[in-house]
Design a protein around this ligand. Structure first.
Ligand SMILES: [Zn+2]
Length: 224
């Protein structure tokens, strides 16, 4: 009876939409970004700062997608963000969210496995990167072994050697890891450095990568 019930629950949950909270704020971004999460399996709620983490995310969110660039300093919102992350649900960190929470690095950096540092790190727009898939992983389903993307690069970030790197480049204006899975143990966390503007947002490989990341951190199949 217990086993039958477990199977029933699993099959029901697989059909339910993945409830995504997309958090923006703190950095301009092109509206083309919102189409990246256009997936019939997702129910996306955009919740920007300053109210992004005002409520208890555990009640209504399976996956938190961070596309913000903000320090969360309100203590209640910090507690809500931390409670969500530590509850074992999924987190996808995109591009300038690598600059989030610099006042709080001892926690946020552990979750993300990296951090852009104001004084040391550099960025460069519109660089053409040759990208290589360096792992076999569900997040890379449908992504070619080698592809090229024009986007913004970050370099001289602090990056954890414990990350599982998925995509790499050798471009001199970007750190080699472009996408990775952090070693954080309490939740699935996928980090994608790419994603500045419309060129990336419309890139089919970028779009697939982000959708795969959301599906995988939600515990769903990335086959589409
Ligand atoms: Zn950017």
């Amino acid at each position: 009876m217990t086993i039958l019930l477990a199977v029933l629950v699993a099959s029901l949950s697989a059909a339910d939409p993945i409830r995504v909270q997309l958090t923006t704020g703190g950095h301009d971004h092109d509206l083309s970004f919102y189409s990246v999460l256009d997936d019939p399996a997702f129910a996306v709620r955009v919740n920007p700062h300053p109210i992004a983490f005002r409520g208890d995310l555990r009640r209504n969110t399976d996956v938190l997608v961070l596309y913000d660039m903000t320090d969360t300093t309100d203590e209640k919102q910090m507690a809500n963000l931390r409670a969500f992350v530590e509850s074992g649900r999924g987190i996808v960190v995109l591009h300038h969210a690598l600059l989030d929470n610099k006042h709080w690095p001892w926690w946020y950096e552990e979750v993300v496995g990296g951090l852009y540092r104001d004084k040391e790190s550099k960025f460069k727009h519109d660089i053409l990167m040759d990208v290589k898939a360096v792992a076999t992983h569900p997040v890379l389903t449908g992504i070619p072994a080698n592809f090229r993307i024009e986007d913004e690069g970050y370099r001289l970030m602090r990056l954890s050697p414990t990350n599982t790197v998925l995509l790499q480049t050798q471009h001199p204006d970007a750190d080699p890891p472009l996408a990775w899975i952090s070693a954080y143990t309490k939740a699935r966390v996928v980090v994608i450095q790419l994603g500045h503007g419309p060129t990336a947002h419309r890139d089919p490989n970028y779009r697939r990568l982000v959708r795969n990341a959301v599906r995988w951190v939600a515990g769903r199949s990335t086959a589409q």
